[in-house]
Design a protein around this ligand. Structure first.
Ligand code: FAD
Length: 375
C-alpha cells in the first residue's frame, strides 16, 4: 500500500536529472540474518534480521514498503564508518543506500560547478573526482571514509573545511509522508557535527542524492596548522592535488585513513566531539587546568562559544594513545579513536567509552558527547 502511495506521488517531484532513477522498476532482494560487522569500519556488532542494498530510488521505496508492511524498525546504513552496531544486531530492516552516479548540473552562471551525486557513492572517490577536475571546496575532506549520503548527516569536517560549505541541497525521501523533498543548504540546519538529519529530524529522511557547488580553478584551503606545517617553505600555493595528498598523508599518520591491516584505523574516527562550551564553562576549565599546572589549549568557536580539544581532555585524564585492555583500546596514533583490536564486542567498546566519559567528567566537569550513531 505504502509503495503504491509513493509511486503515485513521485512523478510530481522528479527533476529531469533523476527521471531515470525513478522510472526503474526493479524487484529488490531482501536478505535475512546478515552480519553487519563487515559492513562497518569498527568490525563489530551483531546481524540485521533483514537487509537490503538499494541501488535506485525504486529499490529504496520497495524496502521502505517492506518494513512498513511488517512494522519493522528501519535503519539506514551508508558506509558504516560512523556507527556502533550493538551485539544483538538490528531487529528490523537495515537499508544500505547504494545509489551511485555523479551528474553535472547545467547551471554555471554563478561561476560554480554544480554536481549531483548519488548518496551511495564513496565520499573519497567523489573528492578525488573534484580534485582531478580542478574544483576547490572539498580537498581538505580527502580520506574521510563512508558514503556521500552520510556526509550531510553529521556535517563532516576536517582540516579547516566542512561539507556544509559546498552542499547546495540534499534530495531525500521523507518518511513522514512519502514525498521526495529537495532540502536547501539552509534547511539542513548545519552546525558543528550537526544537521537536522542527526538532531531535530533524526530518522525522518533517507538521503538519495547530494548536490554540491564547487569552485573551478579555486585555491586550495590551507588554514589548518597541520597543513601549514606540511607546506612550510613552499614558494607556490599548493595545488588541490598536492593538498589532497598532504591531507591523506597526515590522516594516515594519525590512523584516520582506512589502511588495510592497520588495527589503529578499525574505528569510527573520532569517538568524541570537541565540546563547544560557554564562557563560564571555559573559565571553570581554565581554573581546573591551572590547579593541575596545565594550560588549556582553546580556539574560538562559534560567536560566543569556545571549542575545546576533546583529545586534550582525554589525554589529561590518564588515557594516553595506545591505552587499552583486551580487545579494545585507544589508537596508538590518535587519542580520540577507540579501536577494535580484533574480536571486540560492542559491549567491550562501550565499557571503554563509559570509563573515559566518567573520568573526564569527574576531573574536568564536562561530559564528552559521542560522535558515532548507536545502532
Ligand atoms: C578512520 C575514520 C576517520 C574519520 N574521519 C572523519 C573526519 O575527519 N571528519 C568527520 O566529520 N568524520 C570522520 N569520520 C566519521 C565518518 O567517516 C563520517 O561521519 C561519514 O560521513 C559517515 O558516513 P557513512 O556513509 O559511513 O555513514 P554511516 O556510518 O553508515 O551512518 C552514519 C549515520 O548517517 C546515517 N546515514 C548514512 N547514510 C544515510 C542516508 N543515505 N540517508 C540518511 N541517513 C544516512 C545513518 O543512519 C547513521 O545515522 C571518520 C571515520 C573513520 C572510520
Amino acid at each position: 500500500m505504502f509503495l503504491l502511495y509513493l509511486v503515485r506521488l513521485i512523478p510530481s517531484f522528479t527533476s529531469a536529472a533523476l527521471a531515470s532513477v525513478y522510472s526503474e522498476n526493479v524487484s529488490v532482494e531482501i536478505l535475512e540474518n546478515i552480519p553487519l560487522a563487515p559492513l562497518t569500519t569498527l568490525k563489530l556488532g551483531g546481524p540485521a534480521r533483514h537487509f537490503v542494498e538499494a541501488h535506485s530510488m525504486s529499490e529504496v521505496q520497495q524496502a521502505v514498503a517492506f518494513a512498513r508492511e511488517r512494522s519493522l524498525p528501519l535503519f539506514v546504513l551508508g558506509g558504516g564508518s560512523n556507527v556502533v552496531v550493538s551485539d544483538k544486531g538490528w531487529p528490523g530492516l537495515v537499508l544500505k543506500v547504494a545509489i551511485g552516479g555523479i551528474e553535472l548540473r547545467g547551471d554555471t552562471t554563478d561561476g560554480k560547478l554544480h554536481l549531483a551525486v548519488g548518496a551511495g557513492e564513496s565520499w573519497d572517490k567523489f573528492v578525488s573526482h573534484a580534485v582531478m577536475a580542478d574544483c576547490a571546496g572539498v580537498e581538505c575532506l580527502s580520506g574521510i571514509p563512508g558514503s556521500v549520503g552520510g556526509t550531510p548527516v553529521q556535517n563532516v569536517g576536517a582540516y579547516g573545511q566542512e561539507v556544509s560549505e559546498t552542499i547546495s541541497s540534499v534530495l531525500a525521501l521523507d518518511l513522514s509522508d512519502g514525498q521526495v523533498r529537495e532540502i536547501s543548504n539552509a534547511g539542513c540546519g548545519f552546525k558543528y557535527r550537526t544537521s537536522i538529519f542527526n538532531s531535530s529530524e533524526r530518522g525522518r529522511y533517507i538521503i538519495v542524492q547530494v548536490s554540491f557547488a564547487l569552485t573551478p580553478g579555486g585555491k586550495a584551503h590551507i588554514v589548518y596548522d597541520d597543513l601549514k606545517e606540511h607546506f612550510a617553505g613552499w614558494q607556490a600555493h599548493p595545488s588541490l592535488a598536492e593538498t589532497r595528498e598532504a591531507v591523506r598523508h597526515i590522516r594516515a599518520r594519525k590512523g584516520m585513513l582506512i589502511v588495510q591491516g592497520d588495527p589503529d584505523c578499525q574505528s569510527v574516527g573520532s569517538f568524541f566531539k570537541n565540546p563547544v562550551i560557554s564562557a563560564e564553562q571555559l573559565a571553570d576549565l581554565k581554573k581546573r587546568a591551572l590547579q593541575k599546572g596545565l594550560t588549556l589549549p582553546s580556539y574560538p568557536g562559534l560567536q560566543t562559544q569556545h571549542k575545546i580539544s576533546a583529545a586534550w581532555l582525554v589525554e589529561q585524564s590518564g588515557f594516553s594513545k595506545g591505552y587499552g585492555f583486551g580487545n579494545v583500546g585507544i589508537s596508538h596514533k590518535h587519542a580520540l579513536a577507540l579501536v577494535n583490536r580484533g574480536g571486540a564486542t560492542a559491549s567491550d567498546l562501550l565499557t571503554l567509552r563509559d570509563e573515559i566519559q566518567n573520568r573526564v567528567e569527574a576531573l574536568w566537569g564536562l561530559r564528552l558527547e559521542t560522535e558515532p550513531v548507536m545502532v
